[in-house]
Write a protein that binds this ligand. Sequence first.
Ligand code: ADP
Length: 604
Amino acid sequence: MNLILLFKKISSFVRPYRWLVLITLILTLIGSFIAQINAVVLDKTVDAINNLIISKTLVWSTAAKILIIISIVLLGKEILAAFITYAQNFFGEKMRINVSKDLSQAVIDKMLLYRMSFFSKKDNETGKLQTRIDQGVSSLSSTVQNFFIDLLPLFMSSVLALILMFSANIYVGLTALLIVPIYIIITIRQANRLRGWRRNMRSFREQKSHGVMNIIESINVIKSFNREEIESDKQWDLQTQFTDNQMLVRKTSFYFDGLKTFVRQVGTVLIIILTAYLVLIEYPGMTIGKIMYHVMLFSNVTAPITQLQRIFDQMNDALIYAEGFFDILDADGEIEESGKFRPRQIEGNFEICNVDFTYPNGTKALHNIDMKIESGKITALVGLSGAGKSTVLNLLVKFYNPDSGTIKLDGVDLREYDTHFLRENIGMVLQKNHIFDGSIEENIRYGNPNATFEDVVDAAQKAYIYDQIMALPQGFNSKAQLLSGGQQQRIAIARMFLKNPPIIFLDEPTASLDAIATEQIKASIDAIKKNRTVIIISHSISQIIDSDIIYAMKEGRVEQSGDPDSLYKMGGVYKEIVDASARSLNIDKLAHTLDQNGDGVLFD
Ligand code: ADP
């Protein structure tokens, strides 16, 4: 990323606000003219008063006239300057804030279009992506302010003051011009020296806030293991490094700031000596007033350059962060492709043929998969953790595309389907990450934004969560994220019921539910499976046994398939899993207990 490219890229974001830029620039231009008025007024006043004194015939009315004119001009100038500064700040800020809003929205809109593989890349992990976006937006919007609002007027004001100095006297002008490059060089050196440390500061700040967040999130673990001291020590190290770095930055800044003030003072002294000398030798055009005039103009020349360092720093930041930001914004290759096929009705028969799949990080998750998934039946995917079960669902919902092989839905290649339409017809209940910040009602309604409140209540009832919601002080308005894991899972199930799709994918839908809730949910799922395609991934033996067809997976391959009984008889992966589940449930003892003391649960 270089400055020209950066300029080009942000120009398109500034274009909608070009009028604001123009107004601000004009105002700033007027402002830089006005800034020179003090010098001119002082020059004229000193000369006028001086003349009065020299003439030895002090006429009070003339003196009063001079003072009244000065007062009017200076006060008038201040009033005008106040309005201009206000308008200039307001319009400048308005533009910056709007550009920042547009940048944030643009990147969000773009990211929503990207395919899943974009988010699984190492560089795009949630936290990293967010940091890149935040830093990008804030540094780019300051760049916009620098490029379009600050930089030009800054130079304008400096150059204008220099021109005035030159036109009053070429030698004084040259002296001022000599100081300027020295001043700029010091400023650039300062920015360069501080660059690395400033970057460190930013990284320390991020680590610090991350550290605090970590402590809050894991406070129960920290306390239960009595690890307060270790956590405190970790933070202490960070604080110490941060403080050292901070001191270095301050020390260097003070040194350079001092140097700059010194150079400026030397310049001022030189100008006073030179102008005084020129006045004494009665150089044409040089009057006493010109001493003050040049001193004030010189301060107008140097003052804006002081800001150059800030701009220089921010430009450097922008060059670093813009790259990361525009990598996200311009990743057009990552936009999810979509076919056009939108049948009137989806039957829900999938056919997976010879499918291989590798995740973007290189993990080969599926090898040569063949499956037939039929509507009206419950298909169970079983296998140990990591066998590739969820990956199969990821491919069926087009989160990823297979490396090779084909997936067909109702005889049509999945790629040809309109992705939006396809997902509209699939309901997924996943293991985690399914509850958004918001009320319970909003969370259920996510399944169908047009649903009535009665529909939401109905869905909650089907998911056996209605009574628990009503028991909460705020009912459906309670915050969903405060619910327990099992309750959240039922909210997700309610959402799926509300969506009412012909195809249903359930990835461990009852993993965090208690036995009673599991039984209730199982009943609900059984009730809706009619004429639908249901794929269930489960470790719950009761759900597996109740399915119509099972695919037993191992290390990314389908090892066995068939109905539960024949698969069990076959032996192998499925039998191993069922036997292990039975042992873990302590089935023998359970049966014994129920047989001896139960009221016939087992056999009714
Ligand atoms: P299961 O659902 O059977 O537990 P998965 O389908 O989740 O298994 O995972 C299969 C393999 O793919 C595992 O090795 C897992 O580590 C890997 N995997 C899963 N999701 C991703 C991902 N987003 N990026 C990279 N690898 C993944």
